[in-house]
Design a protein around this ligand. Sequence first.
Ligand SMILES: Cc1cc2nc3c(=O)[nH]c(=O)nc-3n(C[C@H](O)[C@H](O)[C@H](O)COP(=O)(O)OP(=O)(O)OC[C@H]3O[C@@H](n4cnc5c(N)ncnc54)[C@H](O)[C@@H]3O)c2cc1C
Length: 500
Amino acid sequence: MSISIADELRRIAKGEILSDNWSREIYSVDASHYAIKPSVVVCPLDKQDVEKISKYSFSMNVPITARGAGTGLLGQSLSNSIVMDFTKHMNKITEIANDYVEVQPGVVKGILDRELKKRGKFLPPDPASSNYCTIGGMIANNSSGAHCLGYGSTIDFLQEVGVVYSDGNTGRVNGNGKSQDLRTRNLLGLLSPYLGTIQSRYPKVTKNSCGYRLDAVMSDQGFSPHKIFAASEGTLGILTSARLKILDIPLYRHLLVLGFGDLLAAVSEVPRILRFSPVALEMLDHTVVSHGEKNKHQQFSTDTGCILFVEFAGDRIRDTEGRLKACKEKLSGKCTIMESVSDEQSMTRIWEARKGALNRVMRLAYGSRKPIGLIEDTVVKPSLLHAYTQYLLQAYSDSKLDYVVYGHVGDGNLHTRPLIDISYKSEVELIERLAQQVFGKVIGFGGTITGEHGDGLARVKHIPSVYGNEMFSVFLQVKKLFDPKFLLNPGKKILPTVMP
Ligand SMILES: Cc1cc2nc3c(=O)[nH]c(=O)nc-3n(C[C@H](O)[C@H](O)[C@H](O)COP(=O)(O)OP(=O)(O)OC[C@H]3O[C@@H](n4cnc5c(N)ncnc54)[C@H](O)[C@@H]3O)c2cc1C
């Protein structure tokens, strides 16, 4: 089957069609623990290629999964059908204006960052994977990063998308009421009766990548149909371009690194620190700090129980320094100030150390004993973070599990991974039980089970528990509206059991 599809695609498209075993092997993995071999990989040369391939797939009922850099942590870009790689050709920055940037989906975030910086601009969402990950992947996962606290996630910057639907038709979708196609007009009709449910059912937290973000589509800012594609994991349309808002780099920045006795002591200070409006408030626990490499990026004492990184930024130096000073005074006697820097070189050095956290965590893997991600991206309100962290640590202790904890504590977003020996069925069952328990607590606290990493294969079955059956039935109608044959990235966002 794969040979004939590959041959057909070679006839249709201008970009590369890869059907050899080695290429398919490479695309069978991402940054999760899943492995699924695609039947064929396509690297579209341009939008017309995407349209033609989609039309062919629609007529033959063959699924397509879009792929950026494959740094998704939950198996989002894996499929046994066609995988469409945007990094090879559709990776251009097409326009940099004063307050927005227009890109193709395969552009790497780090490359965009460098171009924007030359003009004194930036696109704030900053995943630790930004040297590799693409804007298409960031939109589809609604990625964020350390500076989400001050500026927001990718969804907050998205202004317009160019999209190819599952049947090969195209759309340009934005929030200014112009150029809306039939699907997005129907979306308004579909969602309008559920406005009240949407307002009451969504987690009240600052970041969320779970399910479809109908709350951002139907918000106080009006109808924003383009936002349906953020966090949708390529299940509603294939993005061929995007316009995102950009900001001026702030004139003044200052970074504090604070050492605390332990994790709970650190998180208990989070609500107090937030009063001084930092743009980033990040945490590494003792295990992550002590597994750092002894190199230029690793400079923190391993005696420290837990580290917080607090960044202040603004265009008025007196205001920025005033908040910094007041924060330091408030924390006096509660922690050690390990670093207090405002020069760019020091800040880059320190942020690199924070960005390397997941890579260091992954090095804790020993044979089949691995730091497993399933409950690794929960979000609760910062005021509940201390209670939630206590609960989590107790759950780990009851299950006799070693673990790491780090993350974006200013948003109440904890990254945590227990060390699980996946060769034992009992341990795999244990992590599933732990997930049920921990997700139950997070949902009870009004939080979300994923703030920025997405649902992928690992969390898709937990989506209905976050939103309830009525909201989930709306998700299903949205999916049917955009992708009636369920051909776009099947098995993601909507449980395979409810597919036709
Ligand atoms: C070491 C490490 C650190 C990380 N740190 C962070 C972090 O700090 N913050 C954070 O938010 N995430 C983080 N991540 C997760 C991941 O890097 C991000 O979600 C990233 O944005 C994914 O981008 P990608 O290009 O690799 O996408 P992929 O993994 O290739 O794809 C992700 C999803 O996007 C879809 N997609 C890709 N292109 C398109 C398109 N053109 N049209 C429609 N759908 C598309 C795919 O189908 C898939 O569902 C980290 C991952 C790693 C490995």
